[in-house]
Ligand binder design. Structure first.
Ligand SMILES: [Cu+2]
Length: 120
């Protein structure tokens, strides 16, 4: 392979790594009382993955799984004792009770998909 092509591929890889670790920020969503937040499960990420919730607020999360790999099958909220299976292209609604201040993680069974509820 020609040296120029190798250099271009190398630079592209470096740019991708910089983007992924320094520039890319998961979307943050601010929820209000009675909000329904739709979360797309696709390409290894929850979108949005960071949800800010005020204390004493009830919200619902609607997970829509687009990823057919078994990795995306479950969504687990360990601190809340919630564990739900998601079907491909079907919306799963999870109603959350009022939460105390703190951070609550949610993830797939292998912890590759990761998200967080920030209650403040
Ligand atoms: Cu997984």
């Amino acid at each position: 392979m020609n040296l120029l092509v190798i250099n271009i591929i190398g630079l592209a890889l470096i740019a991708l790594i910089i983007y992924w670790f320094w520039i890319y920020k998961p979307k943050n969503v601010q929820a209000k009382d009675q909000d329904v937040i739709k979360i797309i499960v696709e390409d290894g990420v929850y979108q949005p993955a960071h949800i800010s919730v005020p204390v004493d607020t009830e919200i619902s999360l609607e997970f829509l799984r687009k990823d057919e790999t078994p990795c995306a099958e479950m969504v687990i909220f360990p601190e809340l004792d919630i564990s739900e299976s998601l079907q491909v292209n079907k919306t799963k609604s999870i109603k959350l009770k009022k939460l105390e201040k703190g951070n609550y993680q949610f993830h797939c069974q292998m912890q590759m998909y990761k998200g967080e509820l920030v209650v403040e």
